[in-house]
Write a protein of this length. Sequence first.
Length: 352
Amino acid sequence: MYQLIKPILFQFDPENVHYFVTRNLKRFNRIPGGRAFGRMLWDLQDSRLEKEVFGLKFKNPVGLAAGFDKNAEFISEMADLGFGFIEVGTVTPLPQPGNIKPRMFRLPADGGLINRMGFNNKGMDVVAENIAAYRRNAKPWQKGLIIGGNIGKNKATPNEEAASDYVKCFDRLFDVVDYFVVNVSSPNTPGLRALQEKEPLMKILNTLQQRNSKNGISRPILLKIAPDLTNEQLDDIVEIVLETGIAGLIATNTTVVREGLKTDKVSGELGGLSGKPLTKRATEVISYLSKKSKGAFPIIGVGGIHSAQDAMDKLKAGACLVQLYTGFIYEGPGLISGINKKILSAQSKQDL
């Protein structure tokens, strides 16, 4: 079904299409029988897919990556498409409009996207309220859905004060999310990637870990890293995870590399590149981190997953869970159930 309408959708601005599709999905679910029809098509329910990672039980290993639902406005709709977990954000303390439009570009010949959104979001208060509202109104089959909060700093906050922004988001979202992701790897906020260096990163993570307890409850904290790090930098990342005691990593964010692209028209646009051009590198990073750490911590694999086999490659490389974004846009919701079916098939053959 999605593949029939995709050529029409791809004629229009990607950001406008995103909001058109998500808002109309909400409307479709309000039609009597609409939600049930969608779930019948795409939501694969099977207890064999359940997986426990960093102390949380995921109904299946396929999640929605951050960036798609920045303001936690579509959690219910995404859950009904079959995602096992939803990561919202990136969330900043204060609302911000992001970068000037246009700021998202398709590369259809490459199966990719370039975005320079710039952490556009409505701020931590709105996001926290939206998640709380979802929790109150969740349908019976959505109970227990894992929700992650991807947090960042406001563009106007200098790097020297970045830890304060992460703390604000952490404190505000603590009661409504199940895990946190520290995003210091987006290329679209000036200077943000400098926070991946060992000293500033240790400061942020240690500060959050010191606050990571409320009424005897702590939240898993993960770090999302760029695919453009050298092996030496990845070695530092492994040390940082082990020294700070955070729960794990998400590998990877978008890339600034532009090698081998076919879509000349927009390939020179500034921003992060995602999709198929990232597939191989993201898997290489996962494999390197898994081997270097000897599997000491969980890794969520993301980047260029456009097929069930792409997901399996990341799981075999060492990822415990996977996330979709660009592949979801190109392939549609059938990709979610396709991956889960492939996982079930691999389990039956003891190939995973």
